[in-house]
Design a protein. Structure first.
Length: 129
């Protein structure tokens, strides 16, 4: 992250309330940015632990659907639906494979996999599909 971004935050370059003005106007004043000399150490390391929790593999079905939708010129809404269906179909395929492979308790696995929360989560464009 650049040091100049940290300097903007430290200088108060964000909207803050103005006393005596009505509500929408009172919170919309943004101070002008200050000119600074370039920092001597422009890069600092900031860890973002939850940003790389999932591997890229779970995103493959949705990413492939988004790529296909862009190639065909679909709208944003159609792209989202296509990505959601791709995740759902992948979930169905994985669950069907697991039901075939499991030696017993197939009915329990099928019931749990078909619970509304599981199906809803499978239809989302996320790594937990």
């Amino acid at each position: 992250m650049s040091s100049s971004i940290l300097d903007l935050v430290a200088d108060g370059y964000y909207a803050r309330p103005q006393p005596g003005l009505p509500w929408p106007v009172g919170r919309m004043r943004v101070p002008a940015p200050r000119r600074r000399a370039p920092a001597t150490d422009p890069r600092r390391f900031f860890g973002f632990p939850p940003s790389a929790v999932y591997a890229p593999v779970p995103y493959i079905p949705s990413a492939a659907a988004i790529r296909a939708a862009r190639a065909t010129g679909l709208s944003v809404l159609a792209t989202l639906w296509l990505a959601r269906f791709a995740g759902l179909f992948t979930y169905i395929a994985i669950v069907a494979w697991a039901i075939v492979r499991i030696p017993r308790w197939r009915n329990v696995l099928a019931i749990v996999a078909l619970m509304p929360v599981c199906v809803f989560q499978a239809a989302m464009v996320s790594a937990t599909e």
